[in-house]
Design a protein around this ligand. Structure first.
Ligand code: NAD
Ligand code: GLY
Length: 383
């Protein structure tokens, strides 16, 4: 039994196969308290500096610090403000200088203890510090456990858009501790759930169906349901990353819902008004409605997904974004034009032939895209 009387479950390990840069994702309970031993066994004995944020630090930093101290592996900690605004040049500069001030050397390790913001920021800092030091991800949000801590994308935002400055730099180990999800606010858990649903929608219709059946167990904290959802998501991501590490092709499928979602996040100013996973939720529903409108996908899929995501407490339409004003067409198209999948002005979209059958296309005209988004805005205006 664990502290809250639930049956403990056996940990699972998922491997990301990338030759000599392969690494493990360990998923289980109580991993924070064992992190020094796990790092020593799987990465090696080294001095570790932890990067965390002002919400996660008070909850989990002392446990990780003391475990590392006992093992003689603790170099120090850096805490940054919580939230997307920390993925910025000024905060990156501070983190790099703080890590250097802690004496982090080429053979040492940076630990990202937090959600996707900390993973992306600390991962970027580690990849450029002294031309690259090793990094261990300890993701503390559902979103980070199933997506951002795996696959090596790191980065920060600029006024031109999200994640436009960054590196591909794989971690040496990922430790996804199920216990930390207990303190995650419900809204953040739901936002992460959108990324779990994404894996089902890309190419795993059976997993998608399992999620529909098990959504409430996952949301209510059932450990074995959470383990299955997280391990299946990590396996899916590991498989795609192993096949296409630098997004020359297939990896772009992981951006299902993200082209619309990122544009909405940029329009909302990367604020709490719309979390990343919430943007992805609206974006996935838009991608399916667009696929249906183009005659690529049988009608009904978008509404089925919408019902599922809504039941997980997620917004699914533009009208679901809190606040008075709606996004305008020009702003959304401008942000979509900054998408990293744009090549010579032509956008690559992730659309679908059905549930669990997503594909990449570069055949969609700007006019068709603009007309679809205009329609979505008009529907939202009608309320
Ligand atoms: P986040 O890191 O901002 O975390 C969400 C909030 O939860 C923060 O306020 C954080 O302090 C708090 N928090 C984290 N863990 C907690 C816990 N256990 N208990 C209580 N509070 C906790 O956001 P996120 O949703 O984890 O990540 C979003 C970011 O991830 C975005 O910047 C997005 O671009 C990025 N991302 C990156 C990739 C990638 O492949 N690198 C993939 C998907 C998303
Ligand atoms: N989250 C998209 C990717 O890792 O490629």
């Amino acid at each position: 039994m664990n502290e809250i009387g639930q049956i403990e479950i056996a940990p699972k390990t998922v491997s990301v196969e990338l030759g000599d840069r392969s690494y493990d994702i360990m998923i289980g309970c109580g991993l924070l308290g064992k992190c020094a031993e796990l790092i020593k066994d799987r990465v090696g004995f080294a001095q570790c500096a932890i990067v965390t944020d002002e919400n996660v630090g008070p909850l989990y930093l002392s446990k990780v610090e003391s475990t590392l101290k006992e093992a003689g592996m603790f170099a120090g900690s850096v805490t940054v403000p919580a939230g997307e605004s920390s993925k910025s040049f000024p905060v990156l500069e501070e983190v790099c200088n703080d890590l250097l001030a802690l004496g982090i050397e080429r053979g040492d390790i940076v630990i990202a203890l937090g959600g996707g913001v900390i993973g992306d920021l600390a991962g970027f800092a580690a990849s450029i510090l002294r031309r690259g030091v090793r990094m261990v991800q300890i993701p503390t949000t559902l979103l980070a456990q199933v997506d951002s801590s795996v696959g090596g994308k790191t980065g920060i935002n600029t006024v031109h858009g999200k994640n436009l400055i960054g590196t591909f730099s794989q971690p040496s180990l990922v430790l996804a501790d199920l216990d930390v999800l207990r303190t995650l606010p419900q809204r953040q858990f739901s936002a992460g759930y959108a990324e779990v649903v994404k894996y089902g929608l890309i190419d795993a219709p059976d997993f998608y169906g399992w999620l529909e059946d098990n959504r409430s167990a996952i949301m209510d904290g059932d450990l074995s349901a959470r383990m299955h959802a997280i391990a299946t998501s990590c396996k899916a991501k590991a498989r795609i990353v192993a096949a296409d590490e630098r997004e020359a092709g297939k990896r772009a499928l992981l951006n299902l819902g993200h082209t619309f979602g990122h544009a909405l996040e940029a329009w909302a100013g990367y604020s709490d008004r719309l979390l990343h996973g919430e943007g992805v939720s609206i974006g996935m529903v838009m991608a399916y409605f667009f696929s249906e409108e183009l005659g690529l996908c049988p009608e009904g899929a978008a509404r089925r997904i919408e019902k599922h995501l809504k039941s997980a407490g997620l917004p699914t339409r533009l009208a679901g974004i809190p606040g008075d004003e709606l996004p305008d067409l020009e702003t959304l198209l401008r942000h979509i034009a900054q998408d990293k999948k744009v090549q010579r002005g032509q956008i690559t979209l992730v659309l679908a032939h059905g549930l669990g059958d997503a594909f990449l296309t570069r055949d969609i005209s700007q006019d068709a895209l603009a007309s679809f988004i205009r329609g979505q805005i008009e529907t939202a205006l009608k309320g």
